[in-house]
Write a protein that binds this ligand. Structure first.
Ligand code: WTA
Length: 657
């Protein structure tokens, strides 16, 4: 079980506040109570109905779920469709071309309004340009862009030609980008000169140049969007400007019909080992569940709502709830390039007011940060348009939940705390806003069509009131189809712990009502500001520095970011650290991690120690290190090979690096 409760969930079993939706909200809600009964009656038939209702199929499917090669699922396998056609063209064909698809807000205050008709032309042009650059159906395209309209356009252009995209978050380093390009064998990289971040241009193209200089790759071209106007180095023959090849391309393009099981994208995420996993998703099932959840969990009314999900497209939330879910449903949405405090701490609320945002989807860490800044900041803006609030990425502590509801939601907007993962593709556990009486801090119940359970070590369902591991007990349409190039790892990671059950890696509890509370990861994955980081990956980054002999990394609870990275390192005696100050050592190693993985992985704290606590079999006891990092009394250390180690570490802490 989890040894710490991120976000301060200690009081969760005593939580007895309930917030039922108002009768007015319930009456108009897309999802009514009978959705559960419909799904329960026949889960597969339910999903087939959703797939037919929410998507346009160029070749209708006759098969629903094929689980004969479990745990490798196929959904709607004999159907054919195109994702970009579903997200864009069909809305235009239905006479809705004038509807705004994207209200883009740049960090510097520049804006663009893009209708569905505009988006169709842009995506068609980009698709033609990709083809002209040699990208064919099935080829992979790496996308390393800021959150600008071209990012959405590029993803859809890839989907339009059936080329799986692999979006790499702009905050990842050249090294991380390189390993992802190699693993996916990408043929093209789409990037920008840079993006705007905290009031200044932040370069991206140099990281692509650096990545491609690391060794042989399959990349033939780099397509570069001009965003900041920064100088860029140029490799003739390889690099091409977006304005030269996309803006000049024809805006007519026939979408490529693909099988429902054709890969739509790969997205890398941290696992328990050092090597990131290329989670891959296919087309029909993924789109069905993204659209279904987006419509029902957020109660989307495409004609009137203005929806805003604050996630970057570099994460799964940006894939499912910025690009595919909302666009499939014909939503009008806001996308914002920058940070919440540029140029002032009210920027998000100013955007809500400006566009009349009705549905807001964000992460607990952002809510806690806004709490810290003070409620007088949102109070300066008119937030009365908001009618549904969503949370994702990590457990939301009841205090932040209550603040979100009261200060942002005017004490009335239902909050949907949505649990899911890169692997699940779409939301799995969440209240339905017109149905569920919500509880601060709990994601509560599996959605209609989804089967989740909390089990003990022997895979038995725990009784209400008890804790264990979260598992999914039946296949679902948006489930990952595997780990790119590594089917064995897929089976080992998710399907070997409990026979026939999908192991999510999260600890969970059921309360007296049977509602589910998520308790954080039970494996070596940390969750920092809703971003997944692997302890092993950061440890390998640290030991790749010549000064470091050994490293152990733990996620310590942090008031704002949920968890924070704390590293314990043993330095090499002969490595030339010399008489550098502890501060210098810490700075050097933190920057090294940023270079190897990205700034988000920088440890909050690095402690130089003489020894690490290990069991007799040589396993590092991270539990004890977490106690130290969280300033707790160190727990049971009797299985240590050398019990004096913890004393040494405690002494070392008197002079932290
Ligand atoms: C955590 C993000 C509690 C969880 C969509 C999961 C949550 C991991 C919640 C997946 C939530 C996500 N409550 N924990 N509502 N949502 N998590 O792949 O530990 O970036 O396993 O997907 O985030 O992170 P990922």
């Amino acid at each position: 079980m989890t040894e710490s409760t991120p976000g301060g969930l200690e009081n969760l079993l005593s939580e007895d506040r309930r917030f039922a939706p108002s009768p007015e909200f319930s009456a108009q809600a897309n999802a009514q109570h009978d959705l559960y009964a419909w799904a329960d009656a026949n889960r597969e038939a339910f999903w087939a109905d959703q797939a037919r209702e929410l998507l346009t199929w160029s070749t209708p499917f006759t098969q629903v779920l094929d689980w004969s090669d479990a745990p490798f699922a196929k959904w709607f396998a004999d159907g054919r469709l195109n994702a970009a056609y579903n997200a864009v063209d069909r809305h235009v064909e239905a006479g809705r071309g004038d509807r705004v698809a994207l209200h883009f807000e740049g960090e510097a205050g520049d804006t663009r309004t893009i209708t569905y008709a505009d988006l169709q032309r842009e995506v068609a042009r980009a698709a033609n340009a990709l083809v002209a650059l040699g990208v064919g159906t099935g080829d992979r395209v790496a996308i390393y862009l800021p959150l600008i309209p071209e990012a959405v356009v590029t993803m859809l252009a890839c989907a339009r030609i059936g080329a799986p995209h692999s979006v790499v978050f702009g905050g990842f380093s050249a090294e991380a980008l390189y390993s992802r390009i190699l693993d996916a064998e990408a043929k093209l990289v789409v990037t920008a000169d840079g993006g705007f971040r905290r009031g200044a241009p932040s370069a991206l193209k140099p990281a692509v140049d650096e990545a491609l200089a690391k060794g042989e790759t399959t990349v033939q071209h780099v397509l570069v969007v001009r965003r900041t106007g920064q100088d860029v180095a140029w490799t003739d023959g390889r690099d091409v400007w977006w304005s030269d090849v996309v803006d000049t391309a024809s805006d007519e393009h026939e979408p490529v019909e693909v099988d429902a099981e054709h890969p739509l994208f790969i997205l890398y995420t941290s696992g328990t080992t050092g090597k990131p996993k290329g989670i891959f998703h296919t087309t029909g099932g993924y789109l069905t569940q993204s659209a279904y959840t987006h419509l029902n969990v957020f109660d989307l009314k495409p004609e009137t709502d203005v929806y805003w999900c604050t996630a970057d497209i570099g994460w799964i939330t940006g894939h499912s709830y910025v690009v595919y879910g909302p666009l499939i449903n014909g939503a009008t949405q806001v996308i914002y390039e920058g940070t919440p405090d540029t140029p002032h701490k009210g920027r998000w609320w100013e955007i809500v007011q400006k566009y009349g945002v009705t549905i807001l989807y964000t992460a607990p860490t952002a809510i806690r940060t806004c709490m810290k800044w003070g409620e007088d900041i949102p109070a300066q803006f008119d937030l009365s348009s908001l009618r549904v609030l969503g949370s994702v990425g990590e457990p939301i502590n009841p205090e932040a939940w209550m603040w979100y509801r009261r200060v942002i939601g005017g004490d009335s907007a239902p909050i949907v705390d949505t649990w899911w993962q890169t692997e699940t593709g779409a939301i799995m556990i969440s209240p339905l806003p017109g149905v569920t009486a919500t509880k601060p801090g709990s994601a509560q119940v599996a959605l209609p069509g989804i089967a989740a359970e909390v089990v003990d070590d022997d895979a038995q369902a725990v009784p209400d009131g008890a804790g264990g591991y979260l598992v999914l007990t039946a296949p679902w349409p948006a489930m990952l189809r595997g780990i790119w190039g590594d089917p064995e790892r897929y089976k080992d990671t998710y399907w070997s712990r409990f026979r026939g059950l999908y192991f999510a890696g999260d600890g969970a509890k059921k309360d007296g009502d049977g509602d589910i509370w998520l308790l954080g990861r039970v494996d070596d994955v940390m969750n920092v500001s809703g971003h997944r980081l692997s302890t092993t990956e950061i440890e390998s980054a640290l030991v790749s520095h010549p000064w470091v002999a050994e490293a152990a990394v733990v996620g310590a609870s942090d008031e704002t970011t949920g968890q924070a990275v704390v590293a314990f390192v043993i330095l090499r005696g002969d490595a030339g650290v010399g008489d550098r100050s502890a501060d210098d050592v810490q700075t050097e190693l933190r920057n090294h991690v940023a270079k190897e993985i990205g700034p988000i992985a920088k440890p909050r704290q690095i402690l130089v120690v003489a020894e690490l606590p290990k069991t007799r079999s040589g396993k590092i006891m991270r539990r004890l290190l977490r106690d130290v990092a969280e300033h707790r009394q160190v727990g049971d250390a009797t299985t240590l090979a050398d019990s004096s180690v913890m004393d040494l570490i405690a002494q070392g802490l008197a002079t932290p690096a």
